[in-house]
Design a protein around this ligand. Structure first.
Ligand code: BEZ
Ligand code: FE
Length: 291
């Protein structure tokens, strides 16, 4: 057998090596991968040295992964792969909320919060109220739906990144929708922030002249019985980087105004959230698709 990677038959040989794979889907995925990788090497004329650097890069990416950091997912994110997988699999009912990336800062155990509670435990920025209605794609409200929320503060940091200034669980909450399918909470307006750049993904962005910023956003995972859960964000309208998100996750349907409520039009609402001065108000319908 030849060891010359440019030999015209090596691709067929590698593809055919999976002929006996008992799982047809695994065979399809691996033969497709081999074909595309081989085509890429031929098309670019990849050199031995470049191949070695690529292996070194992937090795470093694996070595940068820990229990709290998934550098491979971030690599997939900055290459647009995570969003592509999402898009290829999107089979949404008309009007259902669009999904976007999960990102590396979700914790499986967000603190359970009471209705209207604040998730800004550290006074992390401009106060805001987020008013969410959870409903089914047929318009019916979904009482009892759960909404997991997490966000960076007004300085662009998650609690896990600033344990010295943010208590654990800051910027996070697990809420249950009320009888009208409503979830409201108080927070601070998040700011744009850079994805972690101290690993191989950061090196790749720097080497290619790309910035690492994500536009300001709040993450949500909404779940309700009989419905497909959705992992999504809202983005702050008018913010920086909406047209150049480092992970390609912005969808126009997810951009929301955070209205200025200068002289609270609804003093009862302000009082309910312990607010006396100006604040921002964002409204968001989370529409879930029936299973
Ligand atoms: C995030 O929004 O938390 C995020 C998403 C992808 C990569 C890095 C961060
Ligand atoms: Fe985020």
């Amino acid at each position: 057998m030849t060891t010359d990677a440019t030999h015209p038959t090596v691709t067929d040989e590698a593809v055919n090596s999976f002929d006996g794979a008992p799982d047809p889907r695994l065979r399809e995925l691996l033969t497709g991968l081999v074909r595309h990788l081989h085509a890429y090497v031929r098309e670019t004329g990849l050199t031995q040295r470049e191949w070695e650097r690529a292996i070194g890069f992937l090795t470093a990416t694996g070595q940068a992964c820990t229990d709290t950091r998934q550098e491979f997912v971030m690599l997939s994110d900055v290459l647009g792969l995570s969003m592509l997988v999402e898009e290829v699999n999107a089979r949404r009912a008309e009007g259902a909320t669009e999904a976007t990336v999960l990102g590396p800062f979700h914790l499986t155990e967000s603190p359970v919060r009471e209705p209207d509670a604040t998730i800004d435990l550290a006074g992390g920025g401009e106060p805001c109220v987020v008013d969410v209605r959870v409903r089914s794609d047929d318009g019916t409200p979904l009482p009892g739906a759960t909404v997991d929320v997490w966000q960076a503060d007004g300085h662009g940091f998650y609690d896990v990144q600033r344990p010295d200034t943010q208590p654990p669980g800051n910027g996070r909450g697990l809420f249950t929708a009320d009888a009208e399918g409503r979830v409201r909470f108080r927070s601070c307006v998040p700011s744009a922030y850079p994805i972690p750049t101290d690993g191989p993904v950061g090196t790749l962005l720097a080497a290619t002249g790309r910035h690492p910023y994500r536009p300001a956003h709040i993450h949500f995972i909404a779940s309700a019985a009989g419905h497909t859960p959705v992992t999504t964000h809202i983005f702050v309208a008018g913010g920086d980087y909406l047209d150049s998100d480092a992970v390609f996750a912005v969808k126009p349907s997810l951009v929301r105004e955070f209205e200025d409520i200068e002289d609270p039009e609804d003093p009862a609402l302000a009082r309910q959230f312990g607010l006396s001065g100006p604040f921002r108000l964002a409204r968001f319908d989370l529409v879930l698709e029936r299973t």
